[in-house]
Design a protein around this ligand. Structure first.
Ligand code: MLT
Ligand code: ZN
Length: 455
């Protein structure tokens, strides 16, 4: 069947078969069924400009799509939209040693950026378990965070410039890699985290960092949730961690079973913290560890003595998401300021115990950033619809606790379809009105990822 966008593409660049629509029409979120009408694979910026202009003229809704590793349905085409895949815009275009900037197309896989940076003796510090599949355009569109935020910040902090095609089909060249540029609104930052609702990100200038010294990893067992934060403070007083993550015993059991690994410590503890730090700080880390044991916060610990051991310890944290996917978890991705974490944790813990007495609850996350992943696992006997309906009943109660402490209902996974109807718990009515007005300016025909982020 011919398609209104067909005139723009070579054969094979526009696909309408059921398998392609199914595969490219969804992301890692499994709660919404994909229903894409077509998938297009542009190969140049000019093609994206023409695509958006024709889509505006024909009123065709577009879903920009990267590695589809998102967990909030931001890249799901659930309503007959056309998916715009950046899989064929996957070239690294340029590296400038003086600027330490790597310029790439949106479809470059995150790990390829990390590898290219290493080839130039530099470091791209944004990292997470899905770095082997996720694409830079998607990272920017969701302001991806991950495991090294505590030292290096989020994707936003590494974007030196952006080329985007707005929802009107205009090509905007934002910031052009400048360090200093005090010429008004920084449109680059408007597109970071915009989840494809304002236009398509086509090219990105990424700033690279100096390569850090080799890193050591330590996993410690902690008995009480609250004490994890005391451990964090103790280590932060002694050194600058490049990661400070945590996970619960339930999470550990899942990952150990899934990856066929040995538990890190001789005795199980309710919680674990994983720290990464410069190996030149080893003595300071060992002294801090001794103090946490003496204070009674930490029961035991294990330290990496090689890169291979460090990688194995990291698996205990990075493998969790994949290991619980089989339980179709209902995911929460919450954050509050670190100073508010202790009370927030107590409140959420109490609520979860009351409201999910019969569900298995799996905690993990980037606690050094104030970011908790609360995953409720589906009991085998319960249907998925019933399970999600029961979890959805509790969501507003959890989000009220988040709102009461000025936190975020989506710290790093984005809003997409999943969190859209709860946005008022984190953003005021005035803010939402400004966001809608900005969308109207950049996407007046409302063709860019409609229904995501904003209703
Ligand atoms: C993680 O921290 O492992 C990722 O955000 C994925 C997840 O939350 O499942
Ligand atoms: Zn995470």
């Amino acid at each position: 069947m011919s398609h209104p966008l067909e005139s723009l593409f070579e054969p094979g660049q526009l696909k309408q078969d059921a398998d392609t629509c199914q595969e490219w029409g969804r992301d890692w979120t499994r709660s919404h069924s994909p229903r894409a009408s077509a998938v297009v694979f542009p190969e140049s910026v000019e093609q994206v400009v023409e695509l958006v202009r024709l889509a505006v003229a024909c009123r065709i809704a577009l879903v920009p799509s990267g590695g589809r590793t998102g967990l909030s349905g931001g890249a799901v085409a659930a309503n007959g939209e056309v998916v715009v895949s950046f899989d064929r815009m996957n070239r690294i275009l340029e590296f400038d040693a003086a600027d330490r900037i790597l310029t790439c197309q949106a479809g470059v896989v995150t790990q390829a950026v990390q590898q290219r940076a290493a080839e130039h003796g530099l470091f791209y510090p944004v990292d997470f378990a899905s770095a082997g599949s996720s694409q830079i355009g998607g990272n920017v569109a969701t302001n991806a965070g991950g495991i090294k935020v505590i030292r290096y910040g989020l994707t936003r902090d590494w974007v030196a410039g952006l080329r985007v095609v707005s929802g009107k089909g205009e090509l905007l060249d934002c910031n052009r890699g400048l360090v200093k540029n005090a010429t008004g609104y920084d449109l680059r930052h408007l597109f970071v985290g915009s989840e494809g609702t304002l236009g398509c990100i086509v090219e990105v200038d990424l700033r690279l960092a100096p390569t850090p010294v080799p890193q050591s990893v330590m996993v410690v067992g902690v008995n009480r949730f609250r004490d994890i934060l005391k451990v964090l403070a103790e280590f932060q007083a002694a050194l600058a961690p490049s990661a400070f993550e945590f996970f619960s015993q339930v999470a550990l059991e899942k990952v150990v079973a899934h990856r066929n690994m040995r538990p890190p410590l001789a005795q199980p503890t309710p919680f674990y913290a994983l720290l990464e730090f410069d190996s030149t700080d080893l003595a300071a880390a060992e002294a801090a560890f001794a103090r946490t044991v003496e204070a009674g916060w930490v029961s035991d610990g294990v330290l990496s003595h090689s890169e291979a051991q460090a990688r194995d310890l990291w698996q205990l944290r990075e493998g969790i998401s994949e290991s619980i996917a089989q339980f179709l978890p209902y995911k929460n991705d919450l954050s509050v300021r670190i100073s508010r974490l202790p009370d927030f944790l107590d409140d959420v813990d109490e609520l979860v115990a009351q409201r999910y007495p019969d569900f298995e609850v799996c905690w993990y996350g980037h606690i050094g950033d104030g970011n908790l992943h609360l995953n409720i696992l589906k009991p085998e006997a319960l249907s998925i619809d019933e399970f999600y309906a029961r979890c959805a009943e509790v969501s507003p109660e959890i989000f009220r606790l988040v709102a009461a402490r000025g936190g975020s209902i989506s710290a790093e996974h984005g809003v997409g379809l999943l969190k859209r109807d709860y946005l008022e718990f984190s953003r005021s009515g005035e803010e939402l009105a400004v966001m809608a007005a900005l969308k109207q300016v950049l996407d007046p025909a409302q063709i860019m990822n409609p229904g995501k982020l904003l209703a």
